[in-house]
Design a protein around this ligand. Structure first.
Ligand code: NAD
Length: 350
């Protein structure tokens, strides 16, 4: 058998979960959250350059599996991601993901990476970027409702990007809050575990809802939300899966990533199809207003959009090489004569 080693052009850098964690620690968690927010901001400023489509979702009774593609004409990226709220009962994650970035000119992949940890980082960076434009100036306290996998990332991104000082944790499962409080120890935030969602919102200028339940849930009811706050609603991200009472939506100015996707998946699926929303990229670009006055309730109806994953993939591609936190994988068949794929297979016969 004459199997030649794969040529350099056939090798694709692969970032495993272990290497992603090494990479994040090499950069520093908060440094990377700031950098990711900058990468997302840069891509939101050139929004019209991107191919955009609502993600392709395959729903089942218990969860969803989604593909999230986009391209800026130079690079193409996609993420595979699931959402299974019942998974944690059997020791599995609610959300897992991996993704790929490719060169549009050749179609060859240039990066294959785990994206479960990277999604938590990019989702937190996205929340913080939205809060930078929408939260009241000088916001220092956040209610963090739902203390699962995303919660520490959300808290640290708000600290790194917005200057958050205190986080007030609430989860229906106190063990989740205790886990989050323990993980956040030593990261420079004042952390309080609260007994109810109402209690967590005491003195908070930012309210993050990040729960997982495949139903129309009411994590926040209308009377719980006072004027002037910024709501960062993360957990309502699927048809039939929301967190806010509709009355709150009617009192809020609503900001979204990509309306075509958010109207299917976000809190605004509870509203009519013409209810006005503002696209966040326009606020960032300066063509639409963000927060206009102190009493306004701003709501970032986050569902997670492909361009944010593209930004995260771009960041990893740009920075992982210098750290060595990757391995090359033999992902692409690369016969010496591009048309002799069969010959290559035949030469590999035992
Ligand atoms: P997780 O399962 O690890 O944590 C969810 C937590 O919510 C659990 O600790 C659970 O006990 C708690 N919870 C459930 N109902 C609650 C209630 N009524 N009040 C308070 N707490 C409650 O999930 P995760 O990975 O942290 O994800 C949280 C949510 O965020 C999911 O719905 C997920 O789909 C969504 N998500 C959104 C984005 C985005 O870009 N918008 C990205 C990632 C995850």
């Amino acid at each position: 058998m004459t199997v030649l080693p794969p040529s350099q052009k056939a090798l694709v850098p692969f970032v495993s979960v272990g290497n992603m964690m090494r990479f994040i620690h090499h950069v520093g968690i908060e440094r990377m959250l700031i950098d990711l927010a900058d990468y997302i901001e840069a891509d939101f400023r050139r929004w019209p350059q991107f191919d955009k489509t609502p993600r392709v979702a395959s729903h089942s009774e218990i969860g969803v599996i989604e593909l999230m593609p986009t391209s800026d004409g130079v690079s193409y990226g996609f993420k595979y991601v699931n959402g299974h709220p019942g998974n944690t009962k059997s020791g599995l994650q609610t959300v897992t993901a991996f993704g790929l970035l490719a060169n549009v000119e050749t179609g060859y992949p240039v990066l294959l990476t785990e994206m479960t940890v990277l999604t938590a980082m990019r989702t937190a960076a996205m929340s913080a970027l939205a809060a930078k434009y929408l939260a009241p100036k000088g916001a220092h306290t956040m209610a963090m409702i739902g203390n699962g996998a995303q919660s520490e990332f959300q808290s640290l991104a708000m600290k790194a990007v917005v200057g958050l000082k205190s986080v007030r944790l609430y989860d229906i499962d106190r063990a989740a809050s205790e886990k989050a409080a323990k993980n956040l120890r030593g990261h420079g935030l004042n952390v309080t575990i609260c007994d109810s969602a109402e209690d967590s919102m005491e003195g908070a200028q930012i309210i993050t809802t990040c729960t997982a339940d495949k139903q129309y849930a009411t994590i926040l009811s209308d009377n719980m939300v006072g004027p002037g706050v910024h709501i960062n609603a993360i957990g309502g991200d699927c048809p039939g899966k929301t967190e806010l009472a509709p009355a709150i939506l009617h009192r809020s100015d609503i900001f979204v990533e990509y309306p075509e996707q958010t109207r299917i998946e976000g809190e605004i699926q509870q509203l009519g199809p013409d209810h006005p929303v503002t696209e966040l990229w326009q606020v960032i670009e300066g063509t639409a207003p963000g927060r206009r006055h102190a009493d306004q309730i701003t709501l970032f109806d986050s569902v997670g959009f492909a361009i944010e994953d593209f930004s995260a993939l771009r960041y990893v591609r740009d920075h992982v090489r210098e750290t060595g936190c990757f391995e090359d994988v033999d992902l692409l068949a690369d016969p010496d004569d591009p048309r002799d794929l069969f010959g290559m297979l035949q030469r590999a016969a035992p």
